[in-house]
Design a protein around this ligand. Structure first.
Ligand SMILES: Cc1cc2nc3c(=O)[nH]c(=O)nc-3n(C[C@H](O)[C@H](O)[C@H](O)COP(=O)(O)O)c2cc1C
Ligand SMILES: Nc1ncnc2c1ncn2[C@@H]1O[C@H](COP(=O)(O)OP(=O)(O)OP(=O)(O)O)[C@@H](O)[C@H]1O
Ligand SMILES: [Mg+2]
Length: 507
């Protein structure tokens, strides 16, 4: 079998290990499911091309073991499904069809969306497992393992991801390209024209990082180097136009300057929900936010589960100016907060060398290798906020601040640094100080209710809050806003409606 032979003859130890692991996953799947029960999801992309050849090799080795024969196996009986779309590149379509012919693939062309197409496919066929060329860096890989059941809401099948742990390349020609080039197999021609990851014609352009400055050429057409020359695999998707429409809905803090800024606080932790630990950080954060004039829209406690975190972050980030999230940050299996944030923004988690460097110093070289789980951050949206008092920078993903604090002392420190940093960053309005006046009165609820409602209508820019320390205690009215004169004017208007002295300023 030419693929097995090519890898066997290669000196690339890492490639051999990746190959053997992938073949192991494929053979496990072929032992668990009959050939009629598996399918291969093939779309002509580079990852699925890698998988095509791994499956051919895996099937060959599996069959060889069963029949104890060494004879060649010409056909490849795994049902192959291709979701054809009118917005696919013609080069992708023709490569897919050519590959199907060359390797005698039993191609099922589906012209529906993924979900409906899969529903129909599973109804008509006994398929229980589908091989996919998903890799850990892909946005859709978040939370997946080599064997991952389909998501809730999808028809039931096992997703088998044999190349989940394959990288693009952190140095030249890693995993995916090392395999394709070592095995000398054909791949779609677009990868020789600067495309490094291919979606649809509407969202994919050549990767600008591969552009060649050719001053000698008279042609106006830009030239690009082949995909395998991209040296930093983290930028594999740089040619994919961001399709996350809801990002556009993020609230623009500049346009909110005169409004009360809204914050949301999310705690992540099964232990809080089971009552094992008490969440003191939420209370402390609410106080801190209020002290700088922010209005906390909601606090929530979420399970250590990627989808739950992602749904909550997605909801809050579009409603609020800033989302603060803590808990579930670290290297443990339950630390899913960053993965959830990445999923909410539709980006992948990718290794971050700068962050890794910090962690390395912190854990004194204990974390080795290129799979430093803790150093994976949501790609393209993460800003590291450095402060000399912090041993690890704060993580800011657009309008989501990920706090690493696990107790109130750590939170105090992070908060102090955060307020300094956001002021230093020129976004003083973000943490602008609000002023407030609190009045205490022994008037009854009924007496103050209507005048307060009227006051609220006359002074929409002033926040009016009322509370009392016990049922029988006097009412405290809290007036909060950005303009001292407006607050004083509101207090005067309110006082005029009653006898003198019924409202006393609280210190
Ligand atoms: C065979 C197959 C199975 C899929 N199963 C799931 C699934 O279980 N859950 C899910 O959220 N998406 C599933 N998807 C959708 C993919 O995760 C992803 O949305 C799709 O590949 C589009 O990727 P793109 O937006 O980068 O083009 C599946 C796609 C295919 C082709
Ligand atoms: N239209 C499709 N038809 C069949 N399978 C698909 C389709 N789109 C995606 N898939 C499956 O999802 C996997 C991941 O898709 P993805 O786009 O990340 O990788 P790729 O297309 O193989 O390579 P590239 O990253 O270069 O686009 C594919 O390898 C394939 O298994
Ligand atoms: Mg693709």
């Amino acid at each position: 079998m030419e693929i097995d032979k090519a890898i066997g003859e290669s000196d690339d130890k890492r490639l051999k290990t990746k190959y053997n692991n992938a073949i192991f996953v494929i053979r496990r799947a072929l032992s668990l499911y009959s050939i009629e029960e598996v399918a291969f999801s093939f779309n002509g992309g580079k990852d699925s091309t890698v998988l095509l050849h791994l499956l051919r090799a895996g099937y060959f080795l599996h069959k060889k073991e069963l029949t104890c024969s060494n004879g060649g196996i010409s056909n490849f009986p795994v049902r192959t499904i291709y979701f054809e779309s009118p917005s696919a590149f013609t080069e992708i379509n023709s490569f897919t069809y050519d590959a199907a012919q060359t390797y005698d693939l039993q191609l099922d062309i589906i012209r529906q969306d993924f979900k409906s197409g899969l529903e129909a496919l599973l109804k008509a066929n006994p398929i229980r497992a589908i091989f996919l060329g998903v890799r850990i860096g892909d946005p859709t890989a978040v939370g997946q393992e080599q064997f991952s059941p389909s998501s809730p809401g999808w028809p039931p099948f096992m997703r088998v991801n044999p190349i989940l742990d394959w990288s693009y390349s952190l140095c030249l020609c890693r995993d995916v390209w090392a395999f394709l080039l070592t095995c000398k197999v054909k791949y779609c021609s677009l990868y020789d024209q600067g495309y490094t990851s291919i979606g649809s014609i509407h969202d994919t352009v050549p990767n600008a990082l591969l552009s060649v400055n050719d001053t000698t050429s008279s042609s106006k057409q830009k030239l690009f180097k082949p995909a395998y020359l991209l040296s930093d695999g983290r930028l594999e998707r740089a040619g994919r136009v961001k399709k996350n429409a809801s990002i556009k809905n993020d609230r623009d803090s500049d346009s909110q300057k005169n409004e009360v800024l809204l914050a949301s606080v999310i705690a992540v932790g099964d232990e809080i929900l089971s009552g094992t630990v008490e969440d003191q950080l939420g209370l402390s954060l609410c106080k801190k936010l209020a002290s700088v004039g922010w209005s906390v829209h909601q606090t929530s406690v979420i399970r250590n589960d990627i989808d739950s975190v992602s749904e909550e972050v997605d909801r809050q980030r579009s409603i609020c100016d800033m989302v603060f999230i803590y808990g579930g940050v670290g290297p443990l299996h339950s630390d899913v907060t960053l993965a959830g944030v990445a999923k909410a923004f539709g980006v992948r988690l990718a290794p971050d060398e700068e962050f890794e460097e910090y962690l390395r110093h912190l854990i004194s070289e204990q974390c080795t290798g290129d799979r430093n789980e803790m150093a994976q951050l949501p790609e393209g949206i993460t800003e590291l906020l450095h402060h000399e008092k912090l041993s690890v920078p704060l993580i800011k993903c657009r309008n989501v601040i990920v706090l690493a604090a696990t107790n109130t002392e750590e939170l105090d420190k992070e908060w102090e640094c955060l307020t300094e940093l956001t002021k230093l960053g020129g976004s003083a309005s973000l943490m602008e100080l609000y002023t407030s006046r609190r009045l205490i009165t022994s008037l009854t609820d009924v007496e103050v209710a209507e005048p307060l409602t009227k006051l609220g209508l006359e002074f929409p820019d002033i926040y009016l809050g009322c509370y009392r320390k016990s049922r029988q205690a006097p009412i405290i009215i809290n007036l909060k806003g950005k303009d001292n004169a407006r607050i004083d004017s509101a207090v005067q208007t309110l006082c005029k409606r009653f006898k003198e002295g019924v409202f006393v300023d609280m210190k």
